[in-house]
Ligand binder design. Sequence first.
Ligand code: 7RM
Length: 635
Amino acid sequence: MSNYHIKHLEEYYQVYRKSVRNPESFWEEMAEEHFVWRRRWDNVLTWDFEKPEIKWFEGAKLNITENCLDRHLPTRGEKTAILFEPNDPKEAAQHITYRQLHEKVCRMANVFLEQGIKKGDRVCIYLPMIPELAVSLLACARIGAIHSVVFAGFSSNALATRINDSDCKMVITSDGSYRGGKTIDLKSIVDKALEDCPGVTSVLVVNRINGKVTMKEGRDHWLQPLMDDAYADCVAEVMDAEDPLFILYTSGSTGKPKGMVHTIAGYMVYTAYTFKNVFQYREGDIFWCTADIGWITGHSYIVYGPLANGATTVMFEGVPSHPDYGRFWQVVEKHKITQFYTAPTAIRALAKENLDYVEKYDLSSLKVLGSVGEPINEEAWHWYNNNVGKNMSPIVDTWWQTETGGIMITPIPYVTPTTPTYATLPFIGIQPALMDGEGKEIKGNQVSGRLCIKYPWPSVARTIWGDHQRFKDTYFSAFKDMYFTGDGALRDAVGYYRITGRVDDVIIVSGHNLGTAPIEDSINEHPAVAESAIVGFPHDVKGNALYGFVILKETGEGRDRDNLRREINQQITEHIGPIAKLDKIQFVPGLPKTRSGKIMRRILRKIASNDTSNLGDTSTLLNPEVVQQIMDEVL
Ligand code: 7RM
């Protein structure tokens, strides 16, 4: 098991240097030793960032489900693969063993075949966080169909756009879903979407809520009876390393969503290796990633990464606030979770609530805490570290993207000393570069620039479905021979990276580059402030000035607003300098967020610059109502 499990910092540097000196031989060794192949590759890597074209393990044959399921059966057949924790804490958790999961996947794969789905066909999956969701991804992979998961919080419009863009033939959904105290009628959302999707010939429906649905004759079928009748084994389709595994849509800054295409072998190798190291996974651990499988985090670190390692992975159907704000910690105690991976937005929401919700539970099983999705602000970091980790569990602040497939910049717990708000060091095999406005690499430490990656890694996306030109334009054109992430970052004196946010979040005020994240951190440290977001707006003298949207904590609601504004600016002056002071501060009830918890600054920018006639695409907003509320009170 050479180099598979990094145990101390010196070893990290050694393995890192090796992986960078000769990436091909490094990844070849990993691929050889830790996976099962039907045929060996002819080339480890061929690449050209100009075209762009990237191929890993070309010529190899495999099926990812044999790596995630079949090969574990002799040694781990009775081990829990998926631990399902339902929305309602009174409903029993389900422990699905590797043997049971294998059987479910095979049965579902046979159902797909009966529905006429063939290798290469696209299947849209629109399901809540129930076991059938994970099973359906693997069932697609079993027969070589390409899954396209659409997060079940998206509207029928957004769903239809995604189904049509990749020309899906089949949709897997459920009658409905439980979310906290609510139920949502998913099937009727699908029905509405399908009015505009002539290419969909069959719909398979999971019964989750015993809901009333209309089933369209000839098109719609309940899934369970078909699975019961299906054969319990299914021969795995032998796939090429570079065949697509899935499409996953990610919102662009403008225009329609981008269907990122990931291919089988490289994605498998990279997600498995990162899972093992970034979470210091050991046999017997119970790993919980709270993301939805509708996002890349769920694909890579609920399904493929954990299962490739034969791990027990938790699927949680519920929400952090139901039946109360202690739900996450109750689940940690109940299932003795060893690794807990969540998003800063969830941490901030829970940190606003009474500490009793955390302190009530025994969290001593935890060994590693993870964060992903946005920069974690200092206050949230400390809250997480003190109250969840009890200063005993390292926090891995993992930076990566839908496009990167797996974690790219991250500490390795118990190996890399952590610093709040820093994603720290590049993962093994990852070669970051910071670039300036002229397209030159900025070398050395204590510098900041645009974050690029110089060399291919196995799980980089290969194209945008149906639009290779856009793939090239978006990621491979800004800087020659580099993958451009769209993020800004700084590298500190010891070479640690801090992600400062999307590059379009950099605001130039009087010629100074200001990242939004440190200013927001400073504001958020004010005791009356719950959360904030900053954008620039045009200013005669400064070029841009800063506009802050601030959510107050309940304790701050009664305070004099002008005093609060003065205190906030005083604090920014102390933390960053007077240059970062805000010209305008508006107190708001909420911030417009995407369904994955990212603030939609584009909308705030329009509001701040009084340009609200066309807000652009708001279909991915979780809370469209706050936009109107903010506009009604604009300064
Ligand atoms: C995994 C995921 C990608 C964007 C990325 C960043 C931001 C993600 C961090 C982060 C600071 C982090 N995929 N981002 N992780 N920023 N620190 N640890 O979130 O495609 O949905 O988003 O998210 O801007 O480019 S994603």
